[in-house]
Design a protein around this ligand. Structure first.
Ligand SMILES: C[S@@+](CC[C@H](N)C(=O)[O-])C[C@H]1O[C@@H](n2cnc3c(N)ncnc32)[C@H](O)[C@@H]1O
Length: 224
């Protein structure tokens, strides 16, 4: 799979997000890491939407809240920043793609997620170790394509939490965490990849990520 093929895979992340929003009660959406709203945020059909981004990658920052995710969560928690809603039905985490930041974003997002709610994470399924390099600046055979180490945060979540989680096998891996459902098989076995090695991840990505097709997900009464 080349980078160009992966980039063209369908459905796009916003199609997955839109479908998840239809499964919720109030369709309140938050996107962390927005860059160009035309690429994703603008496509989302929700009853309420809010975007958070410090503007590191755009000269014209059009996010509603111009803060890092850490600053946003701290100010929202303390009441220094208020929004019309206290909870959100789908929270899309697509900010800094490094495992420790993604882990923090997941933990913070869980605090404000509706009981029937979903966390969505972009870039969970890097095709090669080059896409999964730690720094976007590093010269790489993947050129400017970069998924970072989000996959490690997702693996850790699946090891430590019994909440149901899976990755839709499209658009660089669209990770989903369900707040309201536990995984049928329990947590991921930590012995599968205890040292977070990329080669081990590659051999076991189906199981580590719980890769699913979008069609499977949308099927009524799926047990994913
Ligand atoms: C990959 S882009 C987001 C793309 C967008 N969500 C989409 O689907 O097209 C990543 C964005 O995350 C932002 N970002 C970087 N560090 C961040 C942080 N600590 N908190 C929130 N956003 C951050 C960058 O400014 C950039 O705009």
């Amino acid at each position: 799979m080349t980078s160009e093929q992966e980039a063209l895979k369908k459905p796009a992340r916003y199609t997955v997000i839109d479908w998840l929003l239809t499964q919720t009660h109030q369709r309140r959406y938050m996107e962390i890491g927005v860059r160009n709203p035309e690429d994703c945020f603008g496509h989302i059909n929700a009853d309420y939407k809010v975007s958070v981004d410090p503007g590191y990658e755009s000269s014209d920052n059009r996010a509603d809240v111009k803060l890092t995710s850490d600053e946003f969560f701290e100010q929202f928690r303390s009441g220094r920043l208020t929004l019309p809603h206290q909870q959100f039905d789908v929270i899309f985490i697509d900010g800094l793609h490094l495992a420790d930041q993604v882990w923090k974003d997941i933990q913070n997002a869980l605090q404000i997620l509706a009981p029937v709610g979903y966390i969505v994470l972009h870039d969970c399924n890097p095709p090669t170790r080059y896409h999964a390099r730690e720094s976007i600046e590093e010269q790489s055979p993947a050129r400017n394509f970069w998924n970072g180490t989000t996959w490690k945060a997702f693996q850790r979540f699946r090891v430590e939490s019994s909440k149901n989680s899976y990755v839709v096998n499209s658009d660089w891996g669209v990770g989903v965490i369900e707040n309201h459902r536990n995984a049928a098989g329990g947590c991921l076995n930590p012995a599968l990849n205890p040292f977070y090695e990329f080669a081990t991840f590659e051999r076991n990505r189906q199981q580590i990520l719980n890769l699913v097709d979008f069609e499977e997900l949308c099927r009524p009464s799926n047990d994913m």
